[in-house]
Design a protein. Structure first.
Length: 162
C-alpha cells in the first residue's frame, strides 16, 4: 500500500524523468502559440432594426455564452409601440414564455443552436407553432426567418445598429 509521502515522491520522480527525457539541458520554450478557439455557438448579441413602410422593429439580443439569451422586440406600427421580452435557455428545454409577435396566446418555447443559427420553437396551447431562426449575414446583420405552423412566414434582415 502506498502512503501519501511515497505517492508524492513517486509523482515527483515521474515528473522529472519525463522532463529530463526531453533534454534537461535545454531551456524551456517560453513562446506560446496562439490557438484559435472555435465557438460552440453563434453569438447573435447586438441591437438591430427592421425598417418597414409603416414602422420599425427594434430587436435587442443579449446572449450569455451558449447558455441563454434575452430577446427583446419593440415594434412601432402606425404610432403604436408594443414590446415583448423572451428569456430563453439555449439547450432545447421547453419552458413557459411570453407571447410572440403581438399575440395574446401563452407559449411554450424551446431554443437551441442548429449549426450556424439560433432556432426558436414556440407553441401555443391550441397547437399553433412559430419557428424563428436567427443567423448573421456576412455583413453582421441579423437574418430573421419565420415559419408559421410550418409554412414560411417570411425572411427579413435587421440592420445592426452601431
Amino acid at each position: 500500500m502506498l502512503t501519501r509521502q511515497r505517492l508524492s515522491t513517486l509523482t515527483t520522480v515521474v515528473f522529472w524523468v519525463c522532463a529530463c527525457s526531453t533534454g534537461c539541458t535545454q531551456q524551456p520554450n517560453r513562446r506560446t502559440e496562439a490557438v484559435a478557439a472555435t465557438p460552440e455557438c453563434l453569438d447573435v448579441s447586438g441591437k438591430y432594426v427592421i425598417q418597414g413602410e409603416d414602422g420599425q422593429v427594434h430587436i435587442s439580443i443579449l446572449q450569455e455564452r451558449c447558455d441563454r439569451a434575452i430577446i427583446r422586440r419593440d415594434s412601432g406600427y402606425l404610432g403604436k409601440i408594443t414590446s415583448e421580452e423572451h428569456v430563453l435557455k439555449l439547450d432545447g428545454t421547453v419552458q413557459e414564455d411570453s407571447p410572440w409577435l403581438g399575440s395574446t396566446d401563452r407559449y411554450e418555447t424551446s431554443a437551441k443552436f442548429n449549426h450556424s443559427a439560433l432556432q426558436i420553437e414556440a407553441r401555443t396551447s391550441t397547437g399553433r407553432t412559430l419557428t424563428m431562426i436567427y443567423s448573421l449575414t456576412p455583413e453582421g446583420d441579423l437574418r430573421e426567418d419565420a415559419l408559421i405552423n410550418g409554412r414560411p412566414g417570411g425572411s427579413v434582415v435587421a440592420k445592426r445598429q452601431k
